[in-house]
Design a protein around this ligand. Sequence first.
Ligand SMILES: *Cc1c(COP(=O)(O)O)cnc(C)c1O
Length: 315
Amino acid sequence: MFAPTPVETMTFAQREIFVKRDDLIHPDFSGNKARKFQYFLEKEYPEITKLVGYGSAQANSLHSLAVLAKMRGWQLDYYVDHIANYLQQNPQGNYLAALENGANIIEKPEHVTESIDSYVTELAKSALDNELYIPEGGRCEYAAIGLEQLGQQILDWIHEKHYSTLNLFLPSGTGTTALFLQRFFKIKRFEHEDLPEVNVLTCSCVGGDDYLRLQFNQLSENALHHPRIISNGNKYHFGKLKRECYEMWQRVCASGIEFELLYDPVGFIMLEHFFTQSSTVDNIDNTAPLMYLHQGGVLGNPSMLARYQRKYQAK
Ligand SMILES: *Cc1c(COP(=O)(O)O)cnc(C)c1O
């Protein structure tokens, strides 16, 4: 169990908002992926000596899994499609941090044509007793354990503040974090009617709103558990450089809190859009107190910034 992360205030779009600093959970194990992998940190696994995961060589989950394995005294085998030459020669960010934590990063063999996803799923079928396979990015029910503890911290904070409603904003990839949080708040309030109402608001940073809706439906058939998707009508492609995103990142970092460059710029663009709507959006009062969830990931900033600087000669 992690100690509650701090909540700070910041001015954004002429509003005072609260920032839940989940990027500060632990110096090495922090943010969204720490919450999602918390289950594997705490559960007893007498036979396990090796963790096996997969994903991108730059992913936050690579770094978090490497730290998790180290904390537990396990080896990590992490499969990737491909490691870019540049990254191999200039290790940085999550990739470097994972190597420093002893991760064994393995490129898919050249003759394999299937996706890394199905390649590792195939490997998992002949897993040894000492090996624990982890689905990509923590898109699984086990992620609920850590996210519900985060939800409880937020409820405790609202209680201290005597609020009756809170809008909680966080940008989504797979939507797992947003949905599990919304589900937690709904179920809690169903059990205890006097609890505050927490509306989880999110936006799509990966494959558009339809993709995100599809993810929600796969995670829960109960539409009450689905977060609200805030959109200004523009689609943002994951990892693609946009001047608008870079400018938003500079604006929010000027507050003194460093945000990350993949999800947060889109998050704040959509949050600003939400604030500028007439007072209710989808039956949600946009004047209610708002908390933005900082999900970590700043370790990837230097390499994203280098890309931005190459593209825009930005300073
Ligand atoms: C993984 C990640 C997300 C996306 O989380 P989902 O549960 O997939 O929506 C957002 N922000 C950061 C910093 C992340 O590492």
